[in-house]
Design a binder for this molecule. Sequence first.
Ligand SMILES: [Zn+2]
Ligand SMILES: [Zn+2]
Length: 489
Amino acid sequence: MILPLPLLVGLLLGLGVRDLDRSEPLPWGDAWTRLPSLAVAMGIWSGVVILGGTALAFWIAPRRYEGRAQRLRRLWSRVVEWSAVGLFAWVLLWGDWAEVATRLLGLENPVLVDEVAILAPLLVMLAIGWVASYPVERVGLLGAPPTTLRDHVGIRVRQAVGMLLPLLVLYGLGHDLIERWLPQTHEEPAAQLALLTVLSGVMLVLSPLFVRISWRTRRLASGPLRDRLEALSRRFRFRYTDILVWDTGGMLVNAGVTGVLPWFRYVILTDGLVDRLGPREVEAVFGHELGHIKHHHLAYLAFFFITSVGALSLVETLIHAGFETPVWQALWGGGSVWASVAEWTVLLGIVAVYVVVVFGHLSRRFERQADLFGCRVVSCDRRTCPPHADPEDPQRLNAEAPRSICPVGIEIFSKALREVALSNGLPIRAPSWRHGSIAQRLGFLEHVANRPEAVGRFQTSLGRLRWMLAVVLGLMLAVSLWLVPSGVP
Ligand SMILES: [Zn+2]
Ligand SMILES: [Zn+2]
């Protein structure tokens, strides 16, 4: 599904900085005097991105069909979002915003209010950035109906809320409640990890609720398409609460699945997907989402996330020990704010590399596995395909779920993938660290098209990778739980 990365990084920065232990807090008077400079800097940034966006839109308008104009269009929204995150980092570090915001609210922190206040400058800047990227998107986006500013910003705000809400509830509630009721366990790593596990579980179970709150969705109307998808689900014994259509004003062509419990789970198709793809292609995309569930990707990623936190806390302990060594103490003057900033930057760098390399790799493999499932649901079991037998053929309605993948099934899924890319204005070679580019995904399907043994090899090696990661992360977690309370190193 769609994950606004700049927002996630900003969130980690905002909440991470608060937990920085600094031995030289900024004097309260100083923090106040810096507020006007922060406001001015944010004002200048807003002016630059709004004017820049308008100017760029004028430049792109006559060149919208050229490759460089399209590259610039995509680059622009990234530059705007990431510069907002950069400025936010400066507001946090130089302006000591987390401290100022918390003090502005008074001593008694109401649950979650302080987290929202800390993130407020980022949220405001992102909102301004979305307004600034509107003219560029409007003149540059091909193949989609023109949208209003309200729709353009509205959909991003809802998307941000859909992601922020569960994460803030997860982190903020846990953080605040522990501090309030169980202050003695606050520093206990095992207790924190247990809490994280419980909250992640709760979030996975409740995520369908968050989707319903934050996105404008409706039930997929009864009709041939719904019948098809329901029949498919029966064939594969796939259970869900409902199939929803997400109204994006036709702007997004995408699909997703949410919820780990069969009786509280939604499959979500955007309006654009339903309108622009044929029923067989929608079925293939639906099958991709079904594949994520059948292969337990959501649950595995939750497990991966929790054990990674444990493993990274081991890394953090080691880095901290490294910064305590005399050499570093001499270099950084030990105990200054900048020493903890440096330590924290190293840790953040390692986390970033870990997320991009390890999580990115796993995520791309999962997408391929889901792609194979998408091919399978529209395949037939005929050895001699083509001619292909449509599973929706009235004579085959109660047929068994196909066990293998046929060439026509792969063709249908590939066509769906190409159409999704085209409708989203996404070049098929555009890199994607979480999904892999469309070209790579198509290439993989082409590779397995006439090699059933390649599918088997892929499944086996992915299964092995899952086990290996689980063992390594589990061990690191165990070591970190054993090291930290005993105070070593
Ligand atoms: Zn997927
Ligand atoms: Zn076939």
